[in-house]
Design a protein. Structure first.
Length: 176
């Protein structure tokens, strides 16, 4: 009887893990990108429609001021002139609050918006929310959105040290 109870407990825990950890659907290439309206590190609300006519590099990241997230943000910062020349705007999103984003942006001189998705709704609409019940994080996903607001590329496996270069290479092919 004890073994059956233990097995049932593991099955229930497994089902809860799957349920709590699952996110919304990831938008596919060619689909209209989900809208957003979120505050940035300066308290200014940013909307996807604000960037109509531009390429948008919308990257989701787990946590401000952690090694991988810092490396990713700083490579975008260092390559921003190339991304801008290609007509792209970089926007970072995590479930951290605006105050955390303010400190992170100041510490690393990040010149692009970092959006605070405290309730995780936008992150979930991009299929990037990892909800563990008591904690939630954004998965490290990036969406390249074209000037018409459609998803041009989806990056689910991100190497933080070279992701910016990967985006630049893809933009060069797409911008022709």
């Amino acid at each position: 009887m004890k073994i059956i109870l233990i097995l049932v407990a593991f099955i229930v825990m497994g089902l809860l893990w799957v349920k709590l950890g699952s996110a919304g659907e990831i938008p596919r290439q060619g689909e209209v990108a989900p809208a957003f309206d979120l505050p940035d590190q300066n308290g200014k609300n940013q909307k996807l429609t604000d960037y109509q006519g531009k390429w948008v590099v919308l990257y989701f990241y787990p946590k401000d001021d952690t090694p991988g997230c810092t490396q990713e943000a700083c490579t975008f910062r260092d390559d921003l002139h190339l991304l801008t020349e290609l007509g792209a705007q970089v926007i970072g999103v995590s479930v951290d609050d605006s105050a955390s984003h303010t400190e992170f942006a100041k510490k690393y001189h990040l010149p692009f918006p970092l959006l605070a998705d405290k309730n995780g709704k936008v992150t979930d609409s991009y299929g990037a929310l990892l909800n563990l019940g008591i904690m939630q994080f954004a998965k490290r996903y990036t969406f390249l959105i074209d000037p018409q607001g459609k998803v041009a590329r989806v990056y689910q496996k991100v190497d933080t040290s070279r992701h910016s270069k990967e985006i630049i290479d893809d933009l060069r092919k797409l911008v022709k």
